[in-house]
Design a protein around this ligand. Structure first.
Ligand SMILES: [Cu+2]
Length: 613
């Protein structure tokens, strides 16, 4: 632990900013506005006291009935460049409505959500597109926000309105899916109110964990995609909780303005009450170990899936993953203390220059106002020895029981971390790297001429054909065997499938031995860590016609081609209303703009486009 962090923890350095205003660290964000959330939003008739009446949340794509609330929640997001200093280091960023993190999206279960995204990146000539993580987007795949797959990028100077259903209950996030723009600030929280499986008193709202890269995302991508001596590993500089943390400005050597006490996030607890924390890894790369000093957490859901509650001292969250946890407030003398929230980036499966993220919990109003430095003891978490994988699968059992059906299509996917003929890093999935074309989103061709337009191998299409249950066996055990000196190790990869909560049958070190954990009711979620030198076995039912990317959520890995696209029930795509209109709206403006401007797609597109050597 660096001397700087030790000084922060002991109170030798001020924990809270005096050198910078909230406007300078987080722009228009007032994160206290999302710290005490309601049980639901007003606006629709109540039945038995709730907008959803007596409906139970049974997340299952084909059978679940969504409440018909008749309400649309509307948001307007302007994407523009901006300069902020979230951790004290002044940084070129990309911002939603001038703030970092972006505005909270809230809706009741069953509401429609409309977000008009305005691209104001004319000066830096970048497209954009926004993905709403973890929603199934049934019959609205064109609102999934992946450029080159279901839309063209939103061109500078133009708007696009996403309209989708709040089809889940719980916590998630949205982010740019255009290259690695999310790393420069285009992330924000989403909360969907609905029936919960465990009661709580106070909704403390989103707790967003994020590695922080001081460099603009294009510079990081250029470094990890370069060959020879230009190649640079992607080290993160800091670790943020709700967009705040302090930074040791003595490390700055290039003259960038920096203030060492930018300030950390603060939370107010109440004695004896049950607090809901919506913990989300909104980072670019790093695996987070999340703990609260001297407090136990009860995990009630992972991603959008309620699980049988279990108690733990620490959460492991890969990029894109969420856990909703309930934390009981202290009583007696213990409720007069202040406590640390700590999130530590893994040093085994990430490259953090500074892995420690801190935030403070106060019970006393006076301590809160005085910014008292907590003196609490950390949980017994030995960072260096924590494995790069999620909690054991036998701990996480969904409340809505769905047994694992037998698969009628099984695909084994070998992950290879290698470099191409010119020495540029590249991920291969079964010997194929993934890459999209912004001007030719796959959906444009998916309904034409018996799908003959889908012949580009770089689109990496996995056509489910007429199979009902598709099982994917990921094997992450081989480094490029012909070149043992290049990246002679494997990384952890948080595997995210759009449009589904997939069943997680097994993960762990080595090869899969064929055992399904909790076969009668395996864990379901939308993102799961594929461990280094290990396996991940997942399956999904083909009940959501569309084109659904499946990719590693480490920004730099998807940049290097860690991407496939599931073409699901292609013969039913034409039945979806409005998708041609949605495509033509973005593609008309993008085609016009990209004819007049050079698009620097330096990566795969979920990531960007540099001409290949
Ligand atoms: Cu990865």
């Amino acid at each position: 632990m660096s001397a700087f962090i030790v000084k922060l923890l002991t109170g030798a350095l001020p924990l809270f900013g005096s050198g910078l205003s909230n406007k300078q660290t987080n722009g228009n964000l007032d994160s206290s506005s999302w710290q005490n959330l309601p049980k639901f939003l007003p606006g629709s008739p109540l039945t038995h006291g709730y907008p959803w009446g007596l409906l139970q949340y049974n997340p299952d794509i084909v059978n679940e009935t969504l409440p018909n609330t008749g309400v649309t929640r509307r948001y307007y997001f302007e994407v523009a460049p901006g300069k902020l200093s979230p951790d004290g280091y002044e940084k070129e960023m990309l911002l939603f409505n001038g703030q970092y993190p972006g505005p909270l999206i809230e809706a009741n279960w069953g509401d429609w959500v409309e977000v008009t995204v305005r691209n104001s990146l004319e000066s830096i000539k970048e497209g954009t597109a926004v993905h709403w993580h973890g929603l199934r987007q049934y019959a609205t795949q064109f609102a999934d926000g992946v450029p080159g797959v279901v839309q063209c990028p939103i061109a500078p100077g133009s708007n696009y309105t996403y309209r989708f259903r709040a089809d889940h209950v719980g916590s998630s996030w949205y982010h740019s899916h255009y290259s690695a723009q999310l790393s420069s600030g285009l992330v924000g929280p989403m909360v969907f109110y609905g029936p919960r499986s465990v009661p709580y008193d106070i909704d403390l709202g989103p707790v967003l964990l994020s590695d922080m890269f001081h460099l603009y995302y294009e510079t990081v991508v250029a470094g990890v995609m370069a060959n020879g001596t230009d190649f640079k590993l992607a080290f993160s500089d800091n670790n943020m909780i709700n967009g705040k943390m302090n930074y040791d400005c003595s490390l700055v050597t290039d003259g960038t303005p920096c203030v060492s006490n930018a300030g950390v996030s603060k939370f107010k607890f109440e004695r004896g009450k049950d607090h809901l924390l919506r913990v989300v890894n909104t980072g670019s790369s790093g695996l987070q170990f999340f703990t609260i000093d001297e407090h136990e957490m009860t995990v009630i859901s992972n991603d959008f899936i309620p699980i049988n509650p279990y108690k733990t001292n620490s959460l492991t969250l890969g990029v894109g993953q969420r856990s909703d946890v309930i934390v009981r407030g202290k009583t007696g003398v213990d409720a007069h203390q202040a406590y640390w929230i700590r999130s530590n980036l893994s040093v085994n499966c990430h490259l953090p220059r500074q892995p420690h993220g801190l935030a403070a919990i106060y019970y006393d109003k006076a301590d809160f106002a005085a910014n008292k430095t907590p003196k609490s003891k950390p949980q017994p978490l030995i960072n260096a020895n924590m494995p790069c994988q999620n909690a054991p699968l036998n701990l996480t059992i969904p409340i809505t029981r769905i047994p694992a059906p037998p698969a009628d299509k099984v695909v084994t996917i070998q992950v290879i971390d290698t470099h191409n003929a010119t020495g540029h890093p590249e991920y291969l999935l079964n010997n194929q790297t993934g890459r999209v074309n912004y001007n030719k989103p796959i959906l444009r061709f998916a309904n034409q001429d018996n799908f003959s337009g889908l012949s580009n191998p770089e689109w990496n299409i996995l056509n489910t054909g007429d199979s009902n249950v598709v099982r994917l066996v990921w094997e992450n055990r081989k480094v490029d065997p012909s070149d043992p000196n290049f990246f002679n190790r494997t990384f952890a990869h948080p595997i995210h499938l759009h449009g589904h909560d997939y069943q997680v049958l097994s993960y762990g070190p080595g090869e899969w031995d064929g055992t399904i954990i909790n076969e009668a009711n395996p864990m379901r979620r939308d993102t799961t860590i594929l461990p280094p030198n290990g396996h991940l076995v997942m399956q999904f039912t083909t009940d959501n016609p569309g084109i659904w990317p499946i990719h590693c959520h480490v920004a730099w890995h998807v940049s290097a081609g860690f991407l496939m696209n599931v073409l699901e029930r292609p013969q039913e795509l034409d039945k979806q209303q409005n998708f041609k209109k949605a495509l033509s709206q973005t593609c008309h403006a993008w085609d016009t703009w990209s004819k007049q401007n050079v698009v620097a797609q330096i990566d795969s597109g979920l990531r960007m486009n540099m001409e290949r050597d």
